[in-house]
Structure formats: C-alpha cells, structure tokens
Ligand binder design. Structure first.
Ligand code: APR
Length: 244
C-alpha cells in the first residue's frame, strides 16, 4: 500500500501491527528532524560546532579538557530546542501506548521530545540535555525548559556536567540491559530515524531479529541496518508513522 507521501507499506507489516502485543521502538535523531532538530549525520553531511566535529566536542575527552566548551555546545543545543515542538512521529509513538499492550520506546535522543509528546517510561540510552549531573556526588539536577541551568551542584557545590552520554563514555547503568531484554522479547521492532552507526544502541535491532521479531526500518536513506530488516520503508518518520 502507498502512503500519501509515496512510501510503500506491506500487507505483512499491517498484519504484524494489528497482531503485535510486544513492540519495541528504537529512535534516533531522524525522528526529531521534522521538528527542526538537526541530525548529526545523514544527507551526506556531518554536524560541526565551531570547527569541531560533533563527536570531538561531544566527547568524554573534551569534557576532561574543557568543560566550559562542552557546556557552551549543550547550552546552544538547548537554546535551539527550547522553541521546538514534537512532530507527528513523536505524537504517533505516544499514541501507540494505548494501541499495543507492551510498548517500549528506546531513544538515542537527548532532546526530551518523546516525553513532551506524552510518551512515558522512555528509555533514554544517551541521557537528557534537560539534566545536569554533579561531577563529584553525581546528584542529578533538572534543567528548566526556560531558565538557567545550575552552575554548580546544589548539594556539594562542585561542578556539574550535562547528564548525557558522550563519545567514549559508558551508557547509564541498566538502561541498555533493560532495552536489550525488551528487544529479545518483542514481536515487532521499529527502527526509526537512526543511522545505525552508534553501538550499543544499533545492536538492539540485531537482538530483536535474532530472537525472531519482525524488524522494520523507517528512514529516508538506507543504513547499515537496512539489510538486516524484514522491511525498510524509505520515507520521513512524520509522514510514514501516522499511516501505520
Ligand atoms: N525521518 C526519519 N529519519 C530521518 C529523517 C526523517 N524525517 N531525517 C533524517 N533521517 C535519518 C537520516 O537518514 C539518518 O539515517 O535519521 C538518521 C540520523 O542519523 P544520526 O544523525 O547519525 O542520528 P543517530 O542515529 O540518532 O545518532 C546516534 O550518535 O552523535 C551521536 O549520541 C548521538 O544519539 C546520537 C548517536
């Protein structure tokens, strides 16, 4: 079947969607693209900030070398995000909470747009741009959508850092393990708007596939995960998801 935007959705996927009880959704930057959030990769480009590739400025090594520069990059990104709203893809995924008996939303995004659209219990593999964490006592501080971020830990007064996973750092304890267990247990896995290049997140569709799930990718471009998928829908998340 053709969507209004011209993508093809198979009869098999329609049936799987109608019957699935346990569904895992893995999202990446592409799900937020139509909200106006720039992706890191895709379209032949890769993000750069003040001459630094994003994986240099967003790295654990940079945090140790120059915490203010890392904050400047994340302050800039929060500033961009402040005015942006969830799009039809986030809204559709939020509605799926009522459609599937067990829906697990796993995101690599730090933008908080799934939650703003109404998704609950989102597994944030890479943390959130809307939180800061003390470098010493690890106390987590919420950052208001409008307003200043904390300059120091309110408990011990030490420096805080963005509560996001930077290149070269470990994922939050338990988050990937939980997602991997849900991937191994799901019947349908939808891989939406991710380049599939960053592990361990990109390993989740492989786990789902080897455990027997039907895996479907939604992305305007092919990715290294496309071949593994049972179906790859070439299209924009905000146009394809409402049609599913
Ligand atoms: N709908 C669906 N997918 C889209 C759309 C759209 N409207 N627009 C772009 N895309 C796709 C691109 O084709 C690309 O494959 O989204 C993907 C974005 O890829 P990345 O920018 O690499 O984002 P992601 O996969 O989330 O990156 C993983 O890398 O930089 C780190 O920590 C960061 O979490 C991020 C991780």
């Amino acid at each position: 079947m053709q969507t209004a935007a011209g993508s093809t959705i198979s009869a098999e996927l329609r049936q799987r969607l109608a019957e699935a009880k346990r569904v895992l959704v893995l999202t990446g930057a592409g799900v937020s693209a139509e909200s106006g959030v720039p992706t890191f990769r895709g379209g032949g480009n890769s993000a750069v900030w003040k001459g630094l590739p994003f994986d240099v400025i967003s790295s654990g090594a940079m945090l140790e070398r120059n915490l203010p520069a890392v904050w400047e990059w994340f302050d800039y990104r929060r500033g961009v995000l402040q005015a942006l709203k969830p799009n039809a893809a986030h809204e559709t995924i939020a509605r799926w909470q009522d459609r599937f008996p067990e829906l697990t939303v796993v995101t690599q995004n730090v933008d908080g747009l799934h939650q703003l659209a109404g998704s609950r219990n989102v597994v944030e593999l890479h943390g959130s741009i809307w939180r800061a964490r003390c470098l010493v006592c690890r106390l987590v501080h919420e950052i208001p959508r409008e307003g200043a971020r904390p300059e120091a830990c309110r408990d011990c007064g030490n420096a805080v850092r963005p509560d996001v996973v930077l290149f070269g750092e470990m994922l939050p304890a338990g988050a990937f393990e939980f997602a991997a267990q849900r991937a191994a247990d799901c019947e349908l896995c939808l891989v939406i708007g991710t380049s599939g290049l960053v592990y361990p997140a990109a390993g989740l569709p492989e786990i789902a596939k080897s455990a027997g799930a039907f895996v479907c990718e939604i992305n305007p471009e092919p990715t290294p995960l496309s071949d593994l998928c049972d179906e790859a829908i070439q299209g924009k998340a905000g146009e394809v998801l409402p049609e599913l």
